[in-house]
Write a new protein. Structure first.
Length: 327
């Protein structure tokens, strides 16, 4: 196959995969919305059942399209297709992470801005001002979500009497820091992408159980956030669809809900994220290893991963956002 045909075929595979993913997400959104109505009201109309069946079919077709595009791409381009595209790869300077974060963040806020703009009234300047105002609300809302997640870890660490040294909210440039009387350092950083609580489990008795409780506290906090948000949206708007279609405020509420839900799910997926030369492990990663290990193996696993290296990560987290500066 000539180089031009390979390029065109590559664009075709990517286009099919992108269309399939979008169709799968849209159909999945319909299924979740209708199932939530069914659970809340106890029944569905015949039209709703028909839509639910069509959405299920669309999800199956979309999944088949994505799988087919991926298999075709691998057949033409080989097994190394996307080998460096769908993996978190380390870089010495953090440039890869910086670029990926910038592009994804700009794209996300651009789409959100269009949604909010369509839900506002007045002249163009007033609508732009409203968009900026709601974008700030979303930005700080994401910070609050990270804070609540980390407070779950911090509360568990306090109950278990673990040695707590630092709480970090966000990544990137340092905006504010504070050291409490007990020596606990609080840091608030610009980008609400990650959060970390540094706590040392010094008691060997019940080590695994204590470590599992500490690690699980963040996902449990996420579950309460998602559940509480959904209840409030249902009571005040009548559902996610109604909230999204009602006003700019409803759009912001739904966006924060789905970003929180997506972040919570991502945190439960066992994987490692490279930030420059450092590695950050998700809660799901720690839980999978801890639950399957014995108490002694859990201690060895924690020591092997060296929790103190995460302290280095906290100091260097901004490596993928800016050139390191002296503080």
């Amino acid at each position: 196959m000539s180089k031009l045909l390979r390029i065109l075929f590559g664009f075709l595979c990517v286009g099919l995969a992108a269309a399939g993913i979008l169709a799968f997400l849209f159909a999945g959104f319909l299924v979740i919305a209708l199932v939530s109505v069914w659970l809340r009201e106890g029944r569905l109309t015949s039209e709703d059942i028909h839509i639910l069946a069509r959405a299920g079919e669309a999800m199956l077709i979309a999944g088949a399209v994505v799988l087919g595009a991926w298999r075709l791409g691998r057949h033409v381009f080989g097994s190394k297709l996307f080998s460096s595209s769908f993996k978190h790869v380390p870089s010495e300077t953090g440039r890869t992470e910086r670029l990926a974060l910038s592009v994804s963040t700009v794209a996300m806020f651009a789409i959100i801005s269009l949604w909010i703009y369509e839900r506002t009234d007045g002249n163009d300047w007033l609508r732009v001002a409203e968009v900026l105002r709601w974008l700030l609300v979303i930005f700080f809302g994401l910070h609050i979500r990270v804070l609540l997640h980390e407070l779950g870890h911090l509360s568990a660490a306090q109950i278990l009497k673990m040695d707590r040294s630092k709480v970090q909210i966000g990544a990137g440039p340092l905006l504010w820091s504070f050291i409490s009387r007990r020596g606990l350092r609080w840091e608030w950083r610009l980008w609400p992408q990650i959060g970390i609580v540094f706590a040392q489990n010094n008691r060997l008795r019940g080590f695994k159980r204590r470590q599992v409780i500490f690690t699980s506290a963040g996902p449990v906090a996420d579950a309460f956030i998602v559940w509480g948000s959904y209840v409030l949206i249902s009571r005040n708007f009548g559902g996610l669809f109604n909230a999204f279609a009602e006003s700019a405020f409803g759009v912001v509420v739904v966006i924060l809900f789905w970003l929180t839900t997506g972040s919570a799910i991502n945190g439960l997926i066992p994987h490692r994220i490279h930030l420059g030369l450092q590695q950050l492990y998700t809660d799901g990663y720690w839980l999978c290893h801890l639950i399957l290990a014995s108490d002694k193996e859990a201690q060895e696993f924690i020591m092997e991963k060296k929790w103190e290296q995460l302290n280095v990560l906290a100091k260097q987290a901004r490596i993928y956002l800016q050139t390191p500066q002296k503080r």
